[in-house]
Ligand binder design. Structure first.
Ligand SMILES: [Cu+2]
Length: 137
């Protein structure tokens, strides 16, 4: 390889690493969005999917016009109905982020399949709940 080619390859490599870094920090993909009268609820993660096993994700609550919602205490629980069994229940651990209406979450699923997810919130920006279905791959 000539010297100029080597420099170009190195530069492209660094550009690629830079883009990957940005994607890691901010390039969260949407897992699911749900709208209610009071709020828009968005679940995001790096892969854009919930999978069997432990999952890290972000829960974001905004007002219907897209402004951050000061949602205060939020909870997320999930339930899966399985024939001949008690429903499988899994709750998320949520920690408020610095930004209002944004929470870092973890949740673990023992198997794949659709979950009925319930999100509740109660804070200065209002109080509400939403139920929606999210697939676990
Ligand atoms: Cu199950």
């Amino acid at each position: 390889m000539g010297r100029v080619t080597t420099v170009i390859v190195l530069a492209l490599g660094m550009l690629g690493a830079g883009l990957a870094g940005v994607a890691g920090a901010q390039g969260m993909k949407v897992i699911q969005t749900q709208k209610t009268k009071e709020a828009v609820i968005t679940l995001k993660s790096e892969s854009g999917q919930w999978k069997q096993g432990p999952n890290a994700f972000v829960l974001e609550l905004t007002s219907p016009d897209g402004k951050p919602l000061d949602a205060g205490k939020a909870t997320l629980s999930s339930s899966m109905t399985m024939p001949g069994m008690a429903p499988m229940i899994a709750g998320a651990t949520l920690s408020p982020d610095k930004a209002p209406g944004r929470y870092a979450g973890t949740i673990s699923f023992p198997d794949g399949g659709a979950r009925q997810v319930t999100v509740t919130w109660d804070g200065p920006g209002g109080k509400g709940s939403a139920k929606f279905s999210v697939p676990v791959r």
